[in-house]
Design a binder for this molecule. Structure first.
Ligand code: 5IU
Length: 262
């Protein structure tokens, strides 16, 4: 048995997006719909979390610009861990500028995201030019990266409303297969072509004191119909009884069993 929205057989539509195919295949192989968000400040911490959670996840989400000692070899090391444990790398860059600027932000700079990420995301705010710019950067780098549009946010008081979210859905449909899904809090595309990854997830629904609002895996999966869950501090900063490396392993065992819809 499989999660309802992850197709058992990859149809002709699936093969239009190799990254989405890869993600669904990993999800089926590992029986996981878990993306771990590692907002940590050192490359060593990032690698250590990647090793710990690697066997259990589909995706590792990171913010390269948080890492104080990001080095040329950091992406290579991440890619090696990702290949060994069978997961994808998601740079949560949230591009939000005009097309020509995002071309450079995506392909150049310290992080050269287009050269190593499997997935990245963007705000739809600038209009379709942001997507066109990112696609162009991919084409010039000769590597395809899957794009997610931020259609909703988990933070309290965010300015996104229903109309904006609807416009994101239209923009994403127009941009398929480069755009493969959304960051959102509920199911977006009734056809299931575009998937949803939801952040703001902990086993207990509360907040973090800085505007983050958490929902439980059950709520997001069963009531809201999202496809993948993004969990950060609920795993890597979990309290007792999970300490050190085992805290990650102990916590993560709870998540796939709850999250994977069978
Ligand atoms: N993130 C959110 N909410 C959003 C978006 C992104 O929390 O609406 I868009 C990111 C921020 C952080 C991760 O990297 O997801 C959630 O981490 P915690 O599970 O530690 O709150």
């Amino acid at each position: 048995r499989q999660p309802s929205r992850i197709p058992q057989e990859l149809g002709s539509e699936s093969s239009m997006s190799p990254i989405r195919d890869q993600l669904y295949a990993i999800s089926r192989r590992k029986k996981s719909i878990l993306c771990v968000a590692a907002d940590v400040e050192s490359a060593e911490e990032l690698m250590s979390i990647a090793e710990d959670v690697g066997p259990h996840i589909c995706v590792l989400k990171l913010h390269a610009d948080i890492i104080r000692d990001w080095a040329t070899e950091t992406p290579k090391r991440l890619q090696e861990i990702a290949a060994r444990h069978d997961f994808l790398l998601f740079e949560d860059r949230k591009f939000a500028d005009i097309g020509s600027t995002v071309v450079a932000q995506f392909g150049s700079g310290t992080h050269r995201i287009a050269s190593w990420a499997h997935i990245t995301n963007a705000h739809a705010l600038p209009g379709p030019g942001v997507i066109d710019g990112l696609r162009q950067a991919c084409e010039s780098s000769g590597r395809m990266v899957g794009l997610l549009l931020v259609a909703q946010m988990s933070s309290k008081g965010n300015l996104i409303d229903g109309r904006y979210t609807e416009s994101c859905l239209r923009m994403a449909r127009d941009a398929f297969p480069f755009c493969i899904g959304f960051i959102a809090q509920e199911r977006m595309d009734p056809t299931g072509k575009l998937f949803v990854m939801a952040p703001g997830v902990q086993l207990e629904a509360k907040g973090d004191g800085l505007g983050q609002q958490y929902n439980t895996p059950e709520h997001l999966l069963k009531e809201k119909g999202v496809d993948f869950l993004i969990v950060g501090r609920g795993i890597y900063a979990a309290p007792e009884p999970w300490q050190g490396r085992t805290k990650v392993q102990g916590t993560i065992l709870e998540y796939p069993s709850i999250e994977y819809r069978e």
